[in-house]
Design a protein around this ligand. Structure first.
Ligand code: AN7
Length: 354
């Protein structure tokens, strides 16, 4: 049967009925790829899978939440949606609004969103409002303006977002035949880690899965409120997707930590970029910097033994590497070989680099 998106696939577990017009681009059903080369380099006997959410229609996990949020906005008669965004939410909102035939307004931090995401928001016809401030400023403004203009907020404070995003856990349990031992995610607002936990609990409570994973959230060192135990006013990281200092799902995320016996930790920008490159070079999987935070953290905790040998680990790769071409190219720019257009020089380039 033709796959037509996660709402259709899980309609018994989502707040829709037969009369709901579904706004879908075929999101969900993303690959769960078993790493074949990286585990050996860690010198540990572990089974690592990456859930490649970059293969959603707009290239990030946001589409899982956006299909639900926009479906419900349209159902309630809304003609416009609004979000603050570090990039991916704006790309997703723009695309789903286009699909629905409604307007999208997106507030983005000036100069701090990756090129691919900006291109997406622009080409889909969103109204782009750049602010001289960061994501947290944008989020504050969105909450304020929603009381003064006819717009539906589609940030993850919209509960339908988390409903859609919980389906990633359903897919993982179905593919693995049970929950993993550990599930590692990059954390910004902490909506996604909270949504995943909802999904795991739902399948556990109805007996579809016999266990629940330990949830581990990794942040960028310059934007790590959950590690510091307090809000961060000037968040800074190369992983612009998670350049967030005032997470919206603060309480939910702490509940996840307690209920799952999990933890939060942080990674430097160098560690994040190294994991991104390792994954591209060793496994052929290209994710954006923020996404590599999950793998970087998992590798560190596997090496130290905090995540024990014998574990089955899922790392969510939240967004596609093509979202941020500038950072990818900057990492590799000295590796290019420049030659004259003659065969000898091509041959030498090959033989010198075998
Ligand atoms: C690639 O687009 O907040 O912890 O405005 O784009 O659920 O916030 C993006 C977040 C991880 C963090 N990885 O997820 C936005 C935005 C990527 C992301 C996160 C984001 P949450």
């Amino acid at each position: 049967m033709r796959y037509t998106g996660l709402i259709e696939n899980y309609k018994d577990r989502l707040p829709v009925d037969d009369s709901t017009r579904l706004i879908s681009l075929g999101e969900g059903n993303t690959p769960l790829i078993r790493l074949e080369n990286i585990p050996a380099t860690l010198g540990k006997d572990v089974d690592i899978y990456v859930k490649y959410e970059g293969l959603n229609p707009t290239g990030s996990f946001k589409d899982r939440g956006m299909t639900m949020a926009v479906t419900k906005a349209v159902e309630s008669g809304s003609k416009a949606i609004i979000c603050a965004s570090t990039g991916n939410t704006s790309a997703s909102a723009a695309a789903y609004a286009a699909r629905a035939g409604i307007k999208a307004f997106v507030l983005i931090p000036e100069g701090k969103i990756a090129l691919g995401k900006l291109a997406q928001a622009m080409i889909h016809g969103a109204v782009i409002i750049q602010i001289k401030g960061n994501f947290d400023d944008g989020m504050r403004l969105v909450k304020e303006v929603a009381d003064h203009a006819p717009v539906s907020i589609v940030n993850s404070i919209n509960p339908f977002r988390l409903q859609g995003q919980k389906t990633a856990s359903f897919e993982i349990i179905e593919e693995l035949g049970g929950a993993p031992d550990y599930h590692c995610l990059p954390v910004g607002n902490a909506g996604n880690i909270s949504a995943h936990w909802m999904g795991y609990k739902e399948y556990f409570d109805d007996g579809t899965a016999n266990t629940k994973p330990i949830m581990v959230g990794y942040q960028a060192a310059g934007a790590a409120p959950f590690v510091k135990g307090k809000m961060v006013d000037e968040p800074e990281t190369i992983a612009t997707a998670i350049r967030i200092g005032h997470p919206q799902s603060w309480d939910l995320a702490h509940t996840v930590e307690q209920e799952s016996n999990g933890w939060f930790d942080s990674l430097t920008d160098e560690e994040i970029l190294a994991a991104q490159k390792l994954l591209t070079e060793q496994e052929g999987v290209f994710c954006e910097p923020a996404s590599a935070t999950s793998l970087a953290g998992a590798m560190r905790d596997i090496k130290s033994g905090k995540i024990p040998e014998g574990s089955k680990i899922v790392c969510t790769l939240t967004g596609h590497g093509l979202k941020d071409p500038d950072t990818a190219i900057a990492q590799c720019s000295d590796e290019m070989i420049n030659i004259n257009p003659v065969m000898d020089e091509v041959r030498d380039a090959i033989l010198n680099n075998m």
